[in-house]
Design a protein. Structure first.
Ligand SMILES: [Mg+2]
Length: 335
């Protein structure tokens, strides 16, 4: 039985909910990342946030106990700039709607920048900045209607902040799309572009995506054709994993990043709607999640060990794929 760190040559790791919680560290993540790096697995932190520069992201991680350099960060702004470099010649004129992170990323790829549709830009590149308003969005619409391409750093409709959900880049992109009818190319998660770009930039042959959200990180990993690791330190909980649709299913299930360096035992489906992981058994019987060799119905809010969790998920996915309903149960997972 191998540890996951022995299987991969690059971790494409999400930030919030995986490496930290906003402005608070996740202690198990700090230990796990340090141990995985020491064992030879490099980390590239991949974020949809186009407002922060790689230097700012690296400084934030370092401050929270994950020593990181700017080269270990890939933002959706950088992915958009790399896409421009792939599609267009050096010196191509880009109309930028966004902030310094996006401008710096495009200039680093030798793109020329403008803020005016009158300059006849080849492409509009749109990322979030708090001061983007009607004037910038109108320039974007004028340029796209005159034939410019439209690239968005990401399509997140909301931006989680301490105050709640504020307006995200996807909502401002939607305003432009509403006026042009042109669907943009988006480079952020869950589109696969950012993962392909990241792996190529790092020269990785066996990358793995690590994330806490099924609808962005894991869906992006699946779309990119890459294996993925889900951790329970963020948004999507164990009950959400049990219910996950095929395009949002992680390959590996961990409680937290500290488990990266431990031997990984995979669950096996042993009969329809029935699975085991090591000594742990799980089944779906008449729509109910059951655990143990005697098929005890899983009660609400109980805690199971990680092997039972993996067996439960394998049994539930197998049952769901055969058209059987699986009743949702909220439960905890212990290491
Ligand atoms: Mg996250």
């Amino acid at each position: 039985m191998n540890a996951l760190i022995d299987t991969f040559d690059l971790a494409l790791c999400d930030l919030d909910g995986v490496a930290f919680h906003g402005s608070d560290p996740i202690e198990s993540a700090n230990r796990g990342i340090a141990a995985a790096r020491a064992a030879g697995l490099p980390f590239l932190f991949v974020t949809n946030n186009a407002m922060r520069t790689p230097d700012q992201v690296a400084a934030h991680l370092s401050r929270l106990g994950v020593p990181t350099e700017a080269k270990d960060v890939m933002t959706s702004a950088m992915a958009a700039a790399l896409l421009c470099a792939k599609r267009y010649e050096r010196g191509t004129l880009c109309l930028v709607v966004g902030g310094d992170g996006l401008r710096e990323a495009l200039e680093a790829e030798d793109m020329r920048l403008t803020g005016s549709a009158a300059d006849r830009p080849r492409v509009v590149v749109q990322g979030l900045a708090r001061d983007v308003g009607w004037a910038e969005l109108s320039e974007a619409v004028l340029a796209i209607n005159a034939g410019a391409d439209h690239i968005a750093t990401n399509l997140d409709s909301t931006l989680p902040t301490e105050r709640g959900f504020e307006i995200g880049n996807g909502s401002l992109v939607a305003a432009v799309v509403n006026a042009t009818g042109v669907t943009p190319t988006s480079t952020g998660k869950p589109q696969p572009e950012i993962f392909h770009t990241s792996a190529a930039a790092a020269g990785a042959k066996a990358p793995v995506v690590i994330g806490d959200r099924l609808d962005t990180d894991i869906a992006g990993g699946v779309a990119a054709g890459m294996p993925s690791i889900h951790v329970l330190t963020g948004v999507s909980d164990a009950a959400a994993i049990v219910r996950a649709a095929p395009h949002e299913r992680p390959t590996y299930l961990l409680t937290d990043l500290e488990a990266l360096t431990e031997p990984y035992e995979d669950a096996q489906v042993v009969a329809p709607g029935r699975a085991r992981c090591g000594q742990a058994h799980a089944a779906v019987i008449d729509g109910a999640l059951c655990v143990g060799e005697d098929d005890q119905v899983l009660a609400e809010d109980v805690a199971v060990d990680v092997a039972t969790y993996r067996a439960l998920v394998a049994a539930a996915w197998d049952a769901a794929d055969s058209g059987h309903a699986v009743r949702p149960v909220r439960f905890e997972v212990t290491r």
